[in-house]
Design a protein around this ligand. Structure first.
Ligand code: MN
Length: 225
């Protein structure tokens, strides 16, 4: 059974359920751990949701809405992405995790969708956590689309939840956009080679009903290496 490192956040339970139900065990990690040691012990990495990445890490001045994540997360998670990429280990990045993935690979972010994206949809629908906020259009031929075909007749058009005010802007090295919302906001990226998928929504909130189980199963399968 593969062992997955899930980065600590305030809402761990749905990530834990989703990963365990996909057939993996979970490595207990803390932001004080040595990233290289964590990567050596894990078969795959899940980057979780949370607050904003310090804009200085991608060369920007903080927007008025900047709300920092828990102390230590930025540096720990960026180091994990770089070490996991170096080691060729699978990465599944969710919400803030997608943004961390992008920044760790040299990309930057839209700091506040409502004030920076013309005609933006509501991307911040908080309750219930599995409420559908908007759809995403996934690229044909992407890993995302191929995995979702098991669940959706039309994997290109996929309803998702949404709790974010930031988004990927310029892409990090090797990343490719594989889904956007109808307002143009980037909702998913992938990287060629070992499994590397980032999604801007929260698939882990659907473990009871299974809409996004193929994403967790595809990731865990890749971790069996
Ligand atoms: Mn969204």
């Amino acid at each position: 059974m593969p062992t997955i490192a899930i980065t600590p956040c305030r809402q761990m339970s749905d990530y834990l359920e989703s990963i365990k139900r996909a057939g993996a065990s979970v490595l207990d990690v803390s932001v004080d751990d040595d990233p290289a040691t964590v990567v050596a012990r894990m078969d795959g990495l899940v980057l979780t949701g949370g607050g904003d990445i310090a804009p200085a890490l991608y060369g920007a001045v903080p927007h008025a809405t900047y709300a920092a994540a828990e102390a230590g997360r930025d540096a720990f998670e960026i180091a994990l992405v770089r070490a996991a990429t170096e080691a060729g280990k699978p990465i599944f990045a969710i919400c803030r995790g997608l943004q961390v993935l992008n920044v760790a690979l040299g990309g930057d972010l839209v700091q506040d969708i409502p004030t920076e994206v013309n005609g933006a949809l509501n991307h911040d629908l908080r309750e219930p956590r599995f409420a559908i906020a908007h759809e995403v259009w996934a690229s044909k031929g992407s890993r995302l689309s191929a995995l979702m075909l098991e669940k959706l007749e039309d994997a290109e058009n996929c309803p998702v939840n949404s709790r974010h005010h930031q988004a990927v802007h310029h892409l990090g090295e090797g990343l490719e956009v594989v889904a956007t919302a109808p307002d143009g906001v980037i909702e998913a990226v992938e990287r060629a080679g070992p499994f590397c998928l980032g999604v801007q929504w929260h698939p882990e909130n659907f473990w009871r009903t299974g809409e996004f189980r193929p994403l967790f199963e595809g990731f865990v399968d890749a971790c069996r290496g």
